[in-house]
Write a protein that binds this ligand. Structure first.
Ligand SMILES: Nc1nc2c(ncn2[C@@H]2O[C@H](COP(=O)(O)OP(=O)(O)O)[C@@H](O)[C@H]2O)c(=O)[nH]1
Ligand SMILES: [Mg+2]
Length: 224
């Protein structure tokens, strides 16, 4: 519990045995529920998560967005916090984010990694891609967003009922922010966090995912 709110952490994982172990060791004691969504990892991700007390869900249908939708449908907390299973997002910032979330009185708080403080955390190509996608999202949806691709969010679980989440892939990250922005009564804010180099192998395919995410923004704007 954090200040009378039950907290669920949801982590999508595809072969993240190194990262998930470190995250689960570092998670603060006030977290009530940890859901690891495994998309058929071939390493020890699921075994490790299970042994360390996480609730492991197996989602047979691949995809970052699909994994999140599955995880959210099982979450029971009042507040949901998300992060990648690669230990790139700051686990030790959880209380800072929850405090800011409660203080800002919004329904959805997104953690922005930009500007990136550590050079090794994000390649120049990745940074440029993020900036382009964030700029296009901001233009199309009339709201300045620094980091449209961030995967660390804090939100009230009940705001999910107001969202229309269609993406099963990497575009889920921008879509959930768009839905939070579009539904004015949810309330959207961004807050800065530090970001570090991931453990294990990258799952993002920059050109393919970048292009798909860009097209997704236009389709979402046009409602198709
Ligand atoms: N469950 C699941 N997780 C995925 C899938 N693709 C990526 N992930 C996870 O989603 C997170 C984001 O992927 P990552 O490679 O770190 O992308 P980046 O942070 O945008 O560079 C990581 O925790 C991955 O393990 C997938 O198909 N299914
Ligand atoms: Mg990552």
């Amino acid at each position: 519990m954090y200040k009378n709110f039950r907290v669920t952490v949801v982590i999508p994982c595809l072969n993240e045995e190194q990262g998930i172990q470190k995250i689960l060791l570092e998670l603060p004691a006030f977290v009530d529920e940890v859901i690891v969504v495994d998309n058929g990892s071939t390493d020890r991700t699921a075994t490790i998560a299970n042994e360390m007390g996480a609730h492991v869900i197996t989602e047979l249908h691949r995809g970052y967005g699909r994994a999140y939708k599955s995880g959210f449908s099982r979450a029971t907390g009042d507040i949901i916090v998300t992060l990648d299973g690669d230990h790139s997002y700051p686990v030790d910032a959880l209380s800072y984010l929850l405090e800011a979330f409660i203080h800002c009185r919004v329904g959805f708080l997104s953690a922005s990694r930009l500007p990136v403080l550590s050079d090794s955390a994000m390649s120049s190509k990745h940074k440029a891609g993020n900036r382009i996608l964030s700029f296009v999202l901001s233009l199309l949806f009339f709201r300045w967003v620094h980091d449209s691709q961030s995967g660390m969010w804090v939100f009230r679980r009940d705001v999910l009922n107001k969202m229309n989440l269609t993406s099963d892939g990497m575009a889920f990250s921008e879509e959930i922010k768009i839905e939070a922005i579009k539904n004015r009564d949810i309330g959207f804010r961004e807050i800065f966090i530090s970001y570090s180099q991931r453990l294990g192998e990258k799952k993002l395919r920059p050109w393919r995912d970048g292009f798909q995410n860009l097209m997704f923004l236009f389709r979402k704007r046009l409602g198709i």
